[in-house]
Design a protein around this ligand. Structure first.
Ligand SMILES: *Cc1c(COP(=O)(O)O)cnc(C)c1O
Length: 379
């Protein structure tokens, strides 16, 4: 495509994994080569150390590494004994896996609308959806900001529900001084490459303070077996491999710094885009005063999303729609019988939300350029 006359194409991706790799290349390469040299590839010392380090960081007794964030949810649900006949409440405004996994274990997803400010589950609408069949809630800490967990845990106590935090986008985020994933019966992480702590393939983890849940997940990830070739249950093959664990151990050292930098980038956007917010032309991400978010994504909302997206694209700046279709409107969940209009806040968010680049390696100059394109587009 020809470069437009009026302006340079900036080529800014939504996330720059290459720039990140180049900063830590030597450490990563050595870590990978170390595993190759050891020829220990499955459930070895790298996985064990990563589990210990992340459990300590999150303040939980246990961390169990698994094959991906989706499996982390499936295994956590199974370990909490959720299955056929049970209902599990979650958000309609999240990645598909948050609800897919409820169906994977034979249970029924029940969607509750989201809070118009934070876009997280509206905790004030939870109670009216609780029935005698409700067994669990999966609060999803969307875009790296935690759900109002006090209200969720109150309901859990009142109705004897299991709480599984989907913290795939929120490793390192806090709510009243407690880490994402550490408050419910179990919390799950994804190490998909684009997550705040991402490996170079698939990976995931469950954290928990519950000894029985931890034992069960350790068993389930390894064919339902405690001692080799003796199987107590039908399980899975769902393990993190040593190469991925070694990569994650290198990147984990930088997680707090990278999350802090993401917060600084977000604050910078808040300032740069404030004029448009004041004019009511767009809505900036709303920060819950009880939490410390990690900005997995910086998501704007605007009725003129299309205009912004086209203007950014013309300058070679990537942006992304998270999420274009709420889960209750997905074909795969047609059998649940929801209609358009049932969860209006989530439906509206899907027409307005637009993520713009917000990653640690993004420069202030790039941010200013991006903001200027948006300011011009909505002028
Ligand atoms: C990424 C993600 C998952 C799934 O993780 P995978 O590692 O891709 O299986 C689940 N829930 C949410 C909210 C996610 O963003």
């Amino acid at each position: 495509m020809a470069v437009r006359k009026e302006g340079k194409r900036m080529n800014i991706p939504l996330l720059d994994l290459k720039a990140q790799y180049l900063l830590i290349k030597e450490e990563i390469d050595n870590a990978v080569l170390g595993v190759l040299d050891s020829c220990r590839f499955i459930l070895g010392p790298e996985v064990k150390t990563l589990e210990d380090d992340i459990a300590a960081y999150c303040g939980t007794k246990h961390a169990i590494a698994v094959a991906n964030g989706t499996d982390a949810l499936v295994l956590a649900l199974q370990a909490c004994k959720i299955g056929p006949g049970d209902e599990v409440i979650t958000s309609p405004f999240t990645f598909f896996a948050s609800a897919e996994t409820i169906a994977n274990v034979g249970a029924t997803p029940v969607f509750v609308d989201i809070d118009p400010l934070t876009l997280n589950l509206d905790v004030n609408k939870l109670e009216e959806k609780i029935t005698s069949r409700t067994k669990a809630i999966i609060p999803v800490h969307i875009f790296g900001q935690m759900v109002d967990m006090d209200k969720v845990m109150d309901l859990a106590g009142k109705y004897k529900l299991k709480i599984i935090e989907d913290a795939a986008q929120a490793i390192g985020a806090e709510y009243k001084g407690r880490k994402a994933g550490s408050i419910g019966d179990a919390g799950t992480f994804s190490f998909f490459p684009t997550k705040n702590l991402g490996c170079y393939g698939d990976g995931g983890m469950v954290i928990t303070n519950d000894d029985a849940v931890a034992d069960k997940i350790r068993m389930l990830r390894f064919h339902g077996c405690k001692s080799k070739y003796y199987h107590d249950e039908i399980g899975h093959n769902s393990r993190l491999d040593e190469i991925q664990a070694a990569i994650l151990r290198v990147k984990f050292k930088y997680l707090d710094k990278w999350n802090q930098t993401r917060r600084e980038k977000a604050e910078n956007y808040d300032k740069l885009l404030a004029p448009l917010a004041q004019q009511g032309k767009l809505t900036l991400p709303v920060k819950d005063p009880d939490g410390v978010p990690v900005y997995h994504l910086y998501v704007l909302r605007s009725d003129e999303r299309e205009k912004i997206a086209i203007a950014l694209d013309e300058k070679g700046i990537a942006c992304g729609i998270y999420y274009p279709l709420p889960l209750h409107m997905q074909n795969a969940f047609a059998y649940l019988g929801y209609n358009l209009g049932d969860l209006p806040i989530a439906e509206e968010a899907c027409t307005q939300a637009l993520a713009i680049p917000c990653y640690p390696e993004l420069t202030s100059e790039q941010q200013e350029d991006i903001a200027q394109v948006i300011l011009n587009a909505l002028a």
